[in-house]
Design a protein around this ligand. Structure first.
Ligand SMILES: Cc1cc2nc3c(=O)[nH]c(=O)nc-3n(C[C@H](O)[C@H](O)[C@H](O)COP(=O)(O)OP(=O)(O)OC[C@H]3O[C@@H](n4cnc5c(N)ncnc54)[C@H](O)[C@@H]3O)c2cc1C
Length: 509
């Protein structure tokens, strides 16, 4: 089976061999969306590129997002037109060229009731219409993202059956991009980088960096070794200051809840409700492809210890449920919550204002000798542009070609429907795009592998196999938490533990 950019234990060993004592044009530290994006941009320009990640692809903030590819509405509200424009442009590139299989149009409804009085409704409509101008200017067709409009109370309730009826005057409907899965985007970018020649080594920590020399540790064996690079790119996200202590970060924490979609009557649109007493903050509930709702998000200054898997506090949960419930027929409670997750935004410290007001534009910080670039901030939506700007800096200094990534489809994004497609489960098409037939083929005559792992989950056995054979999953956590995302609902993850362990033990790659 020919799978492009396959990552697995054998490939990791080969890439580790290239790294140990090797020399590269670019060595990236961090396997989130920023680091994998830089590795792809650099490798696809022909630069000798390697990436090391201390745990797994999408181990950090990149798997804790709201899973939206947003065209910049939020930035328009803060009058950051350049950031909004960049988001709209990148959304267009993702939806039309690089990852159309992973990004889809999602309708949003802002219900017009006493949570959004008439003036608020008018301002919301003005905002979404301004966002639509950016859509048009960025070349996104109406067929990809329909235009905004007012909807009647009846239509609003058809889209979101769980809405309160009293004093409902209708709603403002608009469209934006939704990611199938943030971790899947990271894996697709990493594999596309590997297909372009990058060495991608997970479970490998950068211990120290000095003059283009990186001391690294293979976490699977404990062996340490040295890699040389003309330029080191620090893409360690909210840990960037541990790689380069001169970087000053001001992390904010964002929390989400996972609910069964039935809690809002299986809505066909996302609902957004303004935070009481604030003009530019909202709490939303977005439906996912597998019958769930993601409720979020908080945005609070965070001064505690940075951990990989932050907990959602009771206060955050109360805030999210309480804000959303203001627009609902049946108020939500903790009994509706089946999963919780939180992450830290790697924001640059720009002074005393609230983290919610700190610009989401990315920053590239150069070390005095120019041998290390730190790239922080930004968002999933703009990862490609962040990577292009970073590698442009490297190329300005050392020479090299122009970025190719705006026209380079990620793995799974190939056009043309394979003939076998009608026999492939819809879930695989949604998550793997043009690679879905390859994933299904791993069942190899065993129909049980094309069935859900257990009753009540949508995850299929072949997804675990593909994760191990081609997507670089090295252990049960990689598989369940970052390839198939069962970890978002702990009760489900527990049911898959033994099966994943057995599969890993029997897998020969
Ligand atoms: C709650 C929340 C919601 C968000 N929602 C959205 C959204 O809907 N849409 C959007 O576009 N953006 C969203 N964002 C922003 C986006 O998720 C982040 O900007 C982005 O994921 C940051 O990616 P990163 O690669 O810079 O950092 P990370 O994903 O954290 O990656 C850094 C990586 O570096 C690794 N690392 C750290 N130290 C070392 C070391 N010494 N050696 C090797 N590896 C190391 C870590 O393990 C980690 O995997 C959201 C952010 C938050 C917090």
């Amino acid at each position: 089976m020919n799978v492009v950019g396959s990552l697995n234990a054998v490939q990791r060993a080969a890439d580790l061999g290239r790294l140990d004592g090797g020399s590269f044009d670019v060595l990236v530290i961090g396997g989130g969306i920023t680091g994998t994006g830089v590795a792809l941009d650099a490798a696809s320009r022909g630069l000798r590129t390697a990436l090391i990640e201390r745990r797994d692809l999408a181990n950090g903030t990149s798997r804790w997002s709201s899973k939206l590819i947003h065209g910049g509405l939020r930035y328009l509200r803060h009058l950051e037109v350049a950031v909004a424009w960049e988001s709209a442009r990148e959304r267009q590139i993702l939806m039309s060229t690089t990852a159309p299989h992973l990004v889809r149009a999602l309708p949003f409804v802002a219900p017009l009731n006493d949570t959004l009085p008439p003036l608020g409704g008018v301002l919301t409509e003005v905002g979404v219409r301004a966002g639509d101008v950016l859509r048009l200017a960025s070349g996104t067709r109406r067929a990809q993202l329909p235009g905004p409009r007012r909807v009647s109370a009846v239509e609003a309730r058809q889209l979101i059956p769980g809405l309160r009826r009293d004093r409902l005057r209708g709603g403002v409907l608009f469209w934006d991009g939704q990611l199938e899965d943030d971790a899947r985007l990271v894996v697709a970018v990493a594999r596309t980088a590997a297909a372009s020649g990058a060495a991608i080594v997970t479970h490998c920590t950068a211990l120290s960096v000095s003059d283009g020399s990186v001391q690294a540790c293979d976490e699977l064996t404990g062996t340490t070794f040295e890699v040389q690079a003309r330029t080191v790119v620090n893409a360690a996200g909210v840990w960037a200051d541990t790689v380069d202590p001169r970087v000053r970060l001001r992390p904010s924490k964002g929390s989400h809840l996972v609910l069964d979609a039935a809690a809002l009557g299986d809505p066909r649109a996302a609902v957004i409700v303004p935070v009481e007493g604030e003009s530019a903050r909202w709490v939303g509930a977005t439906p996912t492809g597998d019958g769930r709702l993601i409720v979020g998000v908080t945005d609070d200054d965070y001064a505690g210890t940075i951990v990989d898997e932050p907990a959602v506090t009771a206060a955050e949960e109360t805030f999210l449920l309480g804000t959303l419930s203001r627009a609902l027929l049946r108020p939500l409670s903790s009994a509706d919550v089946i999963g919780r997750y939180a992450g830290f935004r790697p924001l640059l410290d720009t002074g005393p204002r609230s983290t919610a007001d700190i610009s989401r534009r990315h920053a590239i910080i150069e070390s005095a000798d120019g041998r290390m670039l730190t790239v922080v901030g930004g968002k999933l939506t703009t990862y490609r542009r962040m990577a292009q700007d970073t590698v442009d800096r490297i190329v300005d200094r050392h020479g090299g070609g122009r970025s190719r990534t705006s026209s380079l489809p990620l793995v799974g994004a190939a056009r043309g429907v394979p003939a076998t497609v009608s026999t492939v489960p819809a879930r695989l098409l949604r998550r793997f795009g043009s690679e879905a037939p390859l994933v299904a083929a791993l069942a190899d005559g065993d129909p049980a592998l094309l069935e859900p792992l257990f009753s009540g989950t949508a995850v299929l056995g072949v997804e675990l196999l593909f994760g191990v054979h081609h997507e670089g999953a090295m252990d049960v956590d990689d598989l369940l938490d970052r390839r198939v995302r069962l970890g978002l609902v702990p009760a489900e993850r527990r049911r898959a533990d033994a099966c994943a362990a057995q599969l890993l033990a029997s897998s020969v790659t």
